[in-house]
Design a protein around this ligand. Structure first.
Ligand code: MGD
Ligand code: MGD
Ligand code: SF4
Ligand code: MO
Length: 778
């Protein structure tokens, strides 16, 4: 395993993008990563337990597992195996490590290097004025944090950030603690992820979640996969789509990039998947311009209205519209004004292509639309998703088998965390239920989301930051602004499994509180514990760590939050934090009484495969003010970069988990040995006077006139639509202006950043750039 070298960007090699995803090489690739992290024995143990009824939930994405009887012995994908191996690594970060590496040095390290150091092992503190983390006992660490919280002038000066890695039980306790402390400041990764979906679905259907199950997906006649790269980010979704196709369904993929998994799929667990050509996934691929999806769905809606005019009573589900919806007339009047010239300009698609999709829709009794970040992270993300809902409502494709909305979630429990109350704006009914159960009055003023949390730290209105899982300073936009904001805090603390940049860009006092991961066995006073999670399709099930904990001094998240809450709050309000820690059944009993749908939680979560939360939409019950589903009228929007500029999307490579790159490769896109690359259409290269491999800086342009620069990117010619570009997150977060957010959801517009490419300014003497790139030189 040896020492970890900083990666350089000198080995960049580019081949043409792959046209298929998954298969034998993928499995070998995952094993290679696993064996680089730990022993063959631990690798085998890890892989035997992932996604099995008695094992742990994959800590990767939120794609659901098939019902227990229908699971493979290997119910995981290449990336799932990598995510779990990354956690189960045998490498360790010890007190010695921090003695050798001052914080100022660590702040100049790459995300890759920090993560590769291994699992955190003991609590550490960086005291004011010091440049080193040093060991601290748990009692003292939690006492320091509790004192910091209590010393604030107002509870709203504290921030409690989480990422969707957190399981239900600690998530419920964290929001309980924050609210008992007196604040709704619960920013989370969802603010930067599917917030636009939650906003649009809540407003139109009355609940901010997807409505479909795996069986629905299998039974659909037509599935749209929009703004999503499942081959990399939700690999087992491809097995589900393969099944849809086997049963005669069709798939339409909408994406600016010809992503490998959308085109062809080879199933790694089936012999025919390993050899041969595999299954073609997309029956039709629409290579859309960034941000063109609103126009696309408006055009499809107009075509449906016109088809109904031509053959009344045959196209729209008139009965459903009359009985279950409002706003149809206003929506329809507006939809009829959408013009073809504007649509083809906004989408980059031809009228024939869109009419071909329309014919597929007419031939499909049951339609599902799946989407992810390609829709949510745009300024008009919410209207786009509302237009998708209009599209489904027109033919009654909501609330019946084989049809519905499918926002495909990212983190394994991001949906569950919201269900548990991790949201800065939980509805009053939830707050009332908390009050009844715990006899205190939760604050009602809305808290801060991720973007507003940064503003509050920047402006000195928030002074203590606690991050539970996640990597706040790397996941958020405008890295330089965010880092200054974080450094402005009096006290920052992180409950984490692995070292990341948020530990190195810290407040005056900083704490690292190391914790058990998903795969670690969790033994408390009441015996061995398990936790539970909710996937993207509202299935709630148990997750139980099976490996020996990474270090003897780790505490579980539940224990850390429980002990911190006790130290901070004392016995006011009277909440039995110790009971919660010794037996997680005690937490679940409370969840059962506070959160609708969790009745008999402790019994039902022990059934193999758990249980599914009911979605009222599937009974055609819409919890909107009118009690009906809502058609909306959405202003036509198209994205356009000024002359000489491109619209940049920031996306994930095949070899990373969010802010954590595992390697410098992106196999399916044909890129190896470098992440500081920008993918640009060949015609734009010619127009901009650039050549393949040129070294450029990406400079983002925003109305505040401030220059944001990501230095040292290699230009790669790639089939992205003319006028657009793509580069990896988080290296490009420095370019996303804090104030460039989606309307309504306040989600950073990570998929549409206006940039220009300039010849690189800073090169090292030999003309090379290092992977450190934009990070401050220490
Ligand atoms: N291996 C791996 N798996 C992951 C993650 C990871 O980092 N690594 N992250 C997890 C998380 S938290 C999330 S949220 C999900 C994210 O899953 P995705 O949303 O698939 O992730 P991104 O890489 O952001 O890719 C967005 C896709 O949208 C396309 N796109 C960009 N702009 C547009 C547009 O305007 N219109 C359309 N139609 N398409 C567009 C891009 O070309 C790309 O294919 O993945 C989860 N799974
Ligand atoms: N430019 C740009 N920015 C983006 C995006 C984008 O597409 N483009 N995507 C956004 C999206 S969709 C998301 S979800 C966010 C992701 O943002 P985050 O969720 O904040 O980031 P992660 O990289 O998933 O966090 C990784 C860290 O989590 C910790 N961790 C891992 N497992 C555990 C665990 O079991 N317990 C605890 N306590 N800690 C653990 C480790 O210390 C690890 O370093 O980023 C957002 N930012
Ligand atoms: S599809 Fe997602 S949840 Fe399933 S094994 Fe792969 S990464 Fe894990
Ligand atoms: Mo996400």
């Amino acid at each position: 395993m040896g020492t970890i070298e900083e990666p350089t960007e000198d080995d960049l090699s580019v081949s043409s993008p792959k046209t298929w995803a998954t298969g034998a090489p993928a499995v070998a690739h995952a094993l290679r990563y696993a064996l680089g992290q730990t022993s063959p024995r631990r690798t085998a143990l890890t892989l035997l337990n992932i996604n099995q009824p008695k094992g742990f939930d994959c800590p990767g994405c939120a794609w659901p597992e098939p019902a227990p009887g229908k699971r493979h012995a290997n119910e995981y994908c290449e990336n799932g195996a990598k995510h779990i191996s990354d956690e189960a690594t045998s490498r360790r970060v010890t007190a010695d490590f921090f003695r050798t590496h001052p914080v100022s040095e660590l702040a100049g390290r790459s995300d890759y290097w920090l993560n590769q150091q291994g699992r955190l092992t003991e609590p550490m503190v960086k005291r004011p004025g010091s440049d080193h983390y040093e060991p601290i006992g748990w009692d003292e660490a939690l006492g320091l944090l509790a004192d910091g919280l209590r010393a604030l002038d107002h509870p709203d000066e504290a921030l409690f950030y989480t990422s969707g890695r957190l399981a239900n039980e600690p998530a419920f306790l964290l929001q309980l603690f924050a609210r008992a402390f007196g604040t709704n400041n619960l920013p989370d990764c969802s603010n930067m992820c599917h917030e636009s979906s939650g906003s649009a679905l809540g407003e139109t259907l009355g609940i901010g979640k997807g409505s479909v199950s795996l069986d629905d997906l299998y039974d659909a006649d037509l599935v749209f996969v929009v703004g999503q790269n499942p081959g990399t980010n939700h690999p087992r979704m491809l097995s589900a789509l393969e099944e849809t196709k086997r049963r005669g369904g069709q798939v339409v993929a909408v994406n600016p990039l010809p992503e490998a998994g959308l085109l062809r799929f080879k199933h790694p667990q089936k012999a025919r998947g390993i050899v041969g050509r595999g299954t073609a996934i997309a029956d039709q691929f629409l290579q859309i311009r960034p941000g063109g999806d609103l126009a696309l769905f408006q055009a499809l809606n107009r075509l449906l209205l016109e088809a109904e005019d031509a053959a009344p009573g045959t196209v729209l589900d008139r009965e459903f519209i009359a009985a279950h919806t409002t706003g149809f007339d206003d929506f329809a009047a507006h939809a009829r004004t959408i013009g073809w010239a504007a649509v083809t300009e906004a989408t980059g698609l031809t009228r024939e292509e869109i009419e071909q999709v329309h014919r597929r829709v007419l031939g499909a009794g049951r339609v599902i639309v799946c989407w992810a970040m390609g829709l949510t992270q745009h300024k008009h993300g919410v209207p786009t998703i509302r237009e998708v809902v209009n599209f489904l409502l027109l033919r009654g494709n909501i609330g019946r088998p084989g049809a519905g909305v499918c926002p495909v979630r990212g983190h394994s429990n991001v949906q569950g965390d919201r269900t548990m109350g991790i949201w800065e704006r939980m509805p009053q009914a939830f707050l009332d239920a908390l009050e009844k159960e715990f006899s205190f009055t939760p604050p009602t003023a809305p808290g801060l989301d991720s973007v507003d949390a940064i503003r509050a730290m920047r402006d000195g209105h928030a002074r203590v930051f606690l991050g539970v899982a996640g990597n706040f300073v790397r996941a958020t936009p405008d890295s330089e602004v965010t880092e200054r904001a974080m450094r402005n805090c009096r006290l920052t603390a992180h409950i984490s499994t692995k070292l990341n940049r948020s530990h190195t860009v810290c407040g005056e006092t900083a704490l690292i509180l190391p914790t058990l991961g998903r795969s670690d066995r969790d033994v408390q006073a009441g015996g061995e514990q398990f936790m539970s999670v909710e996937d993207s399709m509202s299935e709630v099930h148990a997750t139980r760590g099976r490996l020996a904990p990474a270090a003897p001094r780790l505490l579980s998240e539940v224990a850390i939050i429980g002990r911190l809450a006790r130290r901070t709050l004392g016995d006011k309000p009277d909440i039995p934090w110790e009971d919660f820690t010794s037996d997680y059944d005690a937490v679940r009993d409370r969840i059962a009484r506070v959160v609708p749908g969790f009745e008999d939680y402790n019994v039902r979560v022990r059934q193999p495969g758990g249980f599914r939360l009911p979605n009222p939409v599937n009974r055609r019950e819409f919890r909107t003010p009118s009690g009906k589903a809502v058609f909306t009228r959405n202003d036509f929007t198209a994205l356009r970069a000024p002359d000489g500029h491109l619209i940049l999307q920031t996306l994930r490579s095949h070899d990373q988990w969010n802010t954590v790159p595992y390697a410098m490769d992106d196999r399916y896109r044909g890129i190896t040995g470098g992440r500081r690359v920008v993918l640009v259409n060949g015609a734009d290269l010619t127009r901009l006077g650039l050549a393949e491999r040129d070294l450029v800086d990406l400079v983002s342009v925003w109305e505040d006139g401030r220059e944001r620069r990501a230095p040292g990117f290699r230009v790669v010619s790639y089939p992205t639509p003319v006028g657009s570009a793509a580069a990896y997150y988080p290296e490009t977060n420095v370019l996303v202006p804090l104030d460039s957010v989606a309307d309504i959801s306040n989600t950073p517009t990570s998929k549409s950043v206006v940039v220009r490419l300039e010849p690189a300014r800073d090169r090292t003497a030999d003309g090379q750039v290092t992977a450190r790139g934009s990070q401050p030189k220490s």
